[in-house]
Design a protein around this ligand. Structure first.
Ligand SMILES: Nc1ncnc2c1ncn2[C@@H]1O[C@H](COP(=O)(O)OP(=O)(O)OP(=O)(O)O)[C@@H](O)[C@H]1O
Ligand SMILES: [Mg+2]
Length: 246
């Protein structure tokens, strides 16, 4: 399979703490890669470096063989690397529909394409009934779905999702996971960080598990979850850390 993104020996320390410790992994074109690991294992820090929100200490990130490490979030967004929930801003006194349209126009779509995509996304995200309400009148969950849609007016090459389901109502969680599944089936590449193992198992054929900044295991999600090292990491047994390589 072709690697869309190759992460090599990425490192980030905060003072004496190695939050990401020479982590390497590949994201294949079109895949929905799960990124799991106990609290504090470095998942968010890794995504922050991929999206340019944090500067790495060392390593490289290749996007289609071009090193993109060190670029800022705006440059990375232009290259199609999108970190969800940080790039968008909902205008509260503008309708949900217009929020989507404005977002599309700002990214260079023409009006008719922007209208068509907005309508399509509102349907997919089950927001048609509130499409003419001001975004400020939507519930928190609906607004999250709207932001989600804004990220896909111009689909990124790779979407980085950091716990998108956290604090989302179960019904909207279902809408969101359906959206991710459908878009992935249509070829969209994702990295999905989640503590929700049933969702990871359901959505992600392949996963990477981090622990203490390192890649502890990677492979078929089922195998990763069943590996002794991963189970021990989740149980918090730090004494086996050094031998825990799968
Ligand atoms: N800005 C920062 N300054 C200092 N330490 C930080 C900073 N950001 C993260 N850390 C530390 O780096 C480590 C990795 O944190 P990170 O947020 O990447 O973990 P995570 O895997 O996303 O955890 P969670 O599952 O809880 O979201 C943790 O020990 C955290 O406390
Ligand atoms: Mg995190």
């Amino acid at each position: 399979m072709m690697a869309l993104m190759t992460i090599q020996s990425l490192q980030k320390s905060f003072g004496g703490l190695r939050a990401v410790d020479r982590a390497s992994m590949q994201v294949h074109q079109g895949e929905l890669l799960g990124l799991i690991g106990p609290n504090g294992s470095g998942k968010t820090t890794l995504l922050n470096m991929l999206s340019g929100h944090l500067r790495a200490d060392a390593g490289s990130v290749l996007l289609n063989d071009k090193n993109v490490l060190g670029l800022n979030p705006t440059q990375l967004t232009r290259l199609g690397v999108l970190r969800m929930f940080q790039m968008t801003r909902v205008f509260n006194r503008t309708s949900a529909f217009d929020n989507l349209v404005v977002c599309g126009l700002a990214q260079g779509l023409n009006e008719s394409t922007a209208y068509a995509r907005a309508a399509e996304l509102l349907e997919e995200l089950k927001l048609e009934q509130v499409m003419y309400l001001d975004a400020g009148q939507l519930s928190g969950g609906q607004r999250k779905l709207l932001e989600f849609g804004m990220c896909f007016m111009v689909p990124p090459h790779i979407a980085l999702l950091d716990e998108p389901f956290a604090a989302v109502h179960p019904i909207m969680k279902e809408t969101m996971s359906d959206f991710i599944r459908r878009r992935n089936a249509a070829g969209q590449t994702f990295i999905l960080v989640s503590h929700d193992m049933p969702v990871i198992v359901e959505l992600c054929p392949r996963s990477v598990c981090m622990n203490a900044g390192k890649v502890l295991a990677e492979g078929q999600t089922h195998d990763v979850l069943q590996s002794a090292a991963v189970i021990e990491a989740y149980l918090g047994d730090e004494s086996t850390e050094d031998e825990a390589h799968v």
